[in-house]
Design a protein around this ligand. Structure first.
Ligand code: ADP
Ligand code: ZN
Length: 512
């Protein structure tokens, strides 16, 4: 049995009790069991290794992917009196840090993965006792994750050299598939996984098609008092937005990696201190920033993935008070994303495509947004949330059941081996050498979709993929999934948000 961590939690960190799965994770670590903790942003992951590091003899090695993140963590740890240091290229006190480590005078030593994987570091670790390896942002180890870092692959051999030191991997952003991969890559047993609930009930999710996005965001800001973050995709866009939104009278700043470091630091500090500032930022902003009262997070364009969306919106409402996440997207965002997928290594394209499809499903659904988000993280809520745009108002949904049935029939009649593009050609009767050779022009499904219905084919394909009515095989061909039958038999309806081209009316902004 390990000693009770509660007194240390209260004395060192000043928290009366553990939150969520923290106590489970800490217990496992104190039992020296290898563990993967999957906890949403804001759930308090750092405490899960900081607390054991304080309680145990020896240093906890923390691997973290970003220097800025490490320095924030360092400040936080030092503020509660934990003996901590970072070992990065940006540190000038290297000699001092090494001396403290060798003397056993460090609870935490933060390092970047590229340093951690070198021989010099491995040698260093033999010189003083260790109590734990903590791998932060552990999804970086998986090619399935959204942020693969090859250096993370070298951590397992390093940890293997110290078989008696327990391991704790932490991540906020992993679907079931990625989780299993992380555990495998880091030598954590399947039963060593602790997954906390992902719901953030105080965040209201809204998603709208762009139609003059500056105006839309200005409306959102006007309706939502308190500090907020607006994510834009480029540095130039953050500055333009900041200028446009600044005219509303709310204090507004830009934040991106191209700003002079002192300006960036000042903008960030001002934002953290402010009660009504809007910061227009690239996604570089927010990691490691501990501001509990962010009232809204807006996206002026499509995020990279559902994981990224969840993490970025998760910066709203850490204090538990009502908050708003509003995403504005355009069809051009999807086109750009597809183009980018074409540029990544071939073996990663299928994964990237699936990721984009999940995002499309979230954007296009007429159903509860939170359910889609939570399902993505492996949870299956029994009911609609009542706190997203689709639950609250009736979205501009159209009944696409008939189109969906046509689509499924075409998949079936062509032998469940062709991709969505070809199915579309068949349904709209676009004669090609392939359709001729296959004899598909004689099928009953040839040329049965025309006019406005054509615009529904792509969203219908995505909706069917989302519902597991069709599945993409490794060669890109579509085949039936378990939900196909109900739709074909007319037992299940398929409704969709009207595609953006035809959306006439801008959807209103949900008030906080
Ligand atoms: P994560 O890394 O999971 O996003 P952090 O470790 O940054 O989350 O913690 C988020 C916030 O929650 C911090 O302000 C932290 O001080 C606070 N926190 C962590 N554990 C507790 C707890 N047991 N009780 C109250 N607040 C906590
Ligand atoms: Zn909902």
């Amino acid at each position: 049995m390990h000693p009770d961590p509660l007194p240390t939690l209260q004395r060192v960190f000043g928290f009366p009790q553990f939150r969520g799965v923290q106590s489970e994770v800490v217990s496992r670590v104190l039992e020296r069991e290898r563990t993967l903790a999957v906890m949403p942003t804001g759930a308090g992951k750092s405490l899960c290794y900081q607390l054991p590091a304080v309680m145990n003899e020896g240093t906890c090695i923390v691997v973290s992917p970003l220097i800025a993140l490490m320095h924030d963590q360092l400040r936080g740890a030092e503020a509660v009196g934990i003996r901590a240091a970072t070992l990065t290229s940006a540190d000038e006190n290297r000699g001092e840090t090494l001396r403290r480590f060798r003397a056993g005078a460090l609870d935490l030593l933060y390092v970047a993965p590229e340093r951690a994987s070198g021989q010099a570091f491995r040698d260093l670790l033999t010189e003083a006792p260790l109590c734990l390896f903590a791998i932060d942002e552990a999804h970086c180890v998986s090619e399935w994750g959204h942020d693969f870092r090859p250096d993370y692959r070298l951590l397992s051999p390093l940890m293997d050299a110290f078989p008696d030191v327990p391991r704790l991997a932490l991540t906020a952003t992993a679907d079931a598939h990625t989780r299993a991969d992380i555990a495998k890559q880091l030598g954590i047993p399947a039963d060593g996984m602790i997954v906390s609930g992902f719901d953030r009930p105080n965040i209201r999710y809204s998603i709208s098609a762009k139609a003059n996005v500056n105006r839309q965001i200005a409306d959102l800001i006007a309706a939502t008092p308190g500090p907020g973050i607006v994510y834009a995709q480029t540095r130039a866009a953050t500055e333009k937005l900041a200028e446009a939104l600044g005219r509303s009278g709310r204090p507004t700043r830009a934040y991106h990696a191209g700003l002079e470091p002192h300006i960036r630091a000042k903008n960030q500090a001002d934002f953290v201190a402010s009660e009504d500032m809007v910061i227009c930022a690239t996604v570089a902003f927010g990691m490691g920033i501990d501001k509990p009262d962010v009232r809204f997070v807006a996206h002026a364009g499509l995020p990279k993935s559902i994981e990224a969306y969840y993490q970025e919106t998760g910066r709203a409402g850490r204090d538990g008070d009502p908050s708003v996440a509003h995403l504005f997207w355009g069809a051009d965002d999807f086109a750009r994303a597809r183009q980018r997928i074409g540029e990544v290594e071939p073996e990663r394209q299928a994964g990237e495509r699936t990721r984009l499809q999940s995002l499309a499903a979230l954007v296009e659904t007429a159903g509860c947004r939170r359910r889609i988000l939570l399902r993505h993280f492996g949870e299956d809520p029994a009911e609609d949330c009542g706190n997203c745009d689709n639950c609250l108002g009736s979205p501009d949904a159209v009944d696409a059941t008939e189109t969906a049935r046509k689509f499924l029939s075409a998949v079936f009649r062509t032998g469940q081996m062709f991709g969505a593009g070809y199915i579309e050609e068949v349904l709209t009767g676009q004669s090609t050498e392939r359709s001729l050779m296959n004899g598909h022009e004689k099928l009953s499904v040839w040329n049965i979709v025309e006019g406005d219905e054509t615009a529904l084919l792509k969203p219908v394909a995505r909706a069917l993929l989302l519902r597991d009515a069709i599945r993409s095989n490794p060669h890109g061909g579509l085949e039936f999934g378990p939900a196909a039958r109900g739709i074909l038999k007319g037992e299940t309806a398929v409704s969709l948000i009207v595609p953006p081209k035809r959306e006439r009316r801008r959807r209103g902004v949900a008030p906080a």
